[in-house]
Design a protein. Structure first.
Length: 368
């Protein structure tokens, strides 16, 4: 029942279902338009991520790193760096849900700033998630839709990651060095055998994403592993996201059969730069996952869509699912006023969006 309730109250899924139902009045979806490779890849990714979450790998890393922090700047840098790295492998959602409560517990204990550090953790998670094909679910769609090779994907993501990290390092220079007591390491142990097995499955999944093997096999292995470790892991999977992908494939299959709409969207994504801006801006109002699926069906400018969709995750609260989780998690664990946090968080998010939009535009223009 909890799983069904979580699915039912997912806002993005609700909107997806609404527009999908409306589109069915104009056309009938074609089975061939549903990208099952993307669906199976996302399902495998979500399963593996939940196994890692169950094994508390990220919690242990967070406590180990923060045990060496003796001032506020170093604490912020360590949490944000861990958010970037965790975002690469576990995705921005799990990273935000895990690290933000850990930081806020320390912040409340020693009366440390909360708004900027939590915002940086969320931004770091988004930046890290853009680096890998599985960090963001829409990256998996891009790899599948355009048949992107690992080398080509990292040719896009490495320059973006480097420039984003340089900008974040400049931000850290303005964080004061206030001394804090060294954090005690919590007694959390990693179960090494299932962790190693999960990592092997993760590598297996990597080959599946890039079609070296059929993605269905990593999915089956991941599900079997989750059931073997603890069947309740399967209840934690974001099924609403899978249904959102499916709904948008159906919706786009329908609108592809309406010439007027097809011509309108083609006119909007007629060039690399226009594709980039349409992807970035549309992510602000419909989130970057559905935006990527929609725009991706009508353009061949893969790099522009990659940059636009990942940078579009900054800005509004619905730009990325991780943004909504940051707000929700802070409201649950923070001690600063919700309104104050939301206003300052929004200002910093849009500042980051503007700066990174310029960065992405430079990467496209200068072919870096």
């Amino acid at each position: 029942m909890t799983v069904l309730k979580n699915i039912a109250k997912d806002r993005i899924l609700q909107i997806t279902v609404l527009i999908t139902v409306i589109s069915l009045f104009f056309a009938r979806p074609r089975f061939a338009d549903i990208n099952f490779h993307t669906l199976w890849s996302v399902a495998a990714m979500l399963t593996i991520i939940q196994i890692y979450a169950y094994l508390h790998v990220l919690d242990v890393l967070a406590y180990k790193l923060t045990s060496i922090a003796d001032n506020t700047r170093k604490l912020n840098m360590l949490f944000t760096a861990l958010a970037v790295i965790a975002g690469m492998f576990l995705g921005n959602d799990i990273t935000a849900l895990t690290l933000i409560p850990l930081y806020l517990n320390i912040a409340k204990r020693y009366k440390l700033p909360q708004i900027l550090p939590v915002t940086l953790i969320g931004m770091g998670a988004n930046i890290g998630a853009a680096f890998t094909p599985w960090g963001n679910p829409h990256n998996i769609f891009l790899v599948s839709r355009y048949n992107v090779s690992p080398l080509k994907f990292f040719e896009w993501s490495v320059p973006y990651l480097i420039l984003s990290l340089i900008i974040m390092l400049l931000v850290f220079l303005f964080i004061p060095k206030k001394e804090i007591p060294t954090q005690k390491t919590e007694p959390i142990r990693i179960s090494w055998r299932p962790t190693i097995i999960t990592t092997v499955v993760f590598i297996f999944f990597f080959f599946g994403v890039f079609r070296a093997i059929d993605i269905i096999w990593p999915l089956i292995v991941a599900i079997v592993l989750a059931l073997a470790i603890n069947p309740r892991i399967m209840l934690k999977i974001d099924y609403a996201l899978l249904l959102t992908f499916t709904g948008f494939f159906i919706f786009i299959s329908d609108i592809q059969q309406i010439p007027a709409i097809v011509n309108l969207i083609h006119d909007m994504v007629y060039s690399e730069i226009s594709t980039y801006f349409v992807s970035t801006i549309s992510s602000q109002v419909m989130s970057n996952v559905p935006s990527t699926i929609l725009v991706g069906k009508f353009t061949n400018y893969a790099q522009a869509l990659f940059l636009g969709s990942n940078i579009g995750g900054f800005g509004s609260a619905i730009g990325s699912m991780a943004n909504m989780l940051v707000l929700k998690t802070f409201n649950q664990h923070g001690s600063v006023g919700k309104k104050k946090f939301f206003i300052q968080w929004t200002i910093m998010q849009f500042a980051g969006l503007i700066i990174l939009t310029i960065v992405g535009l430079g990467l496209l223009i200068f072919r870096i």
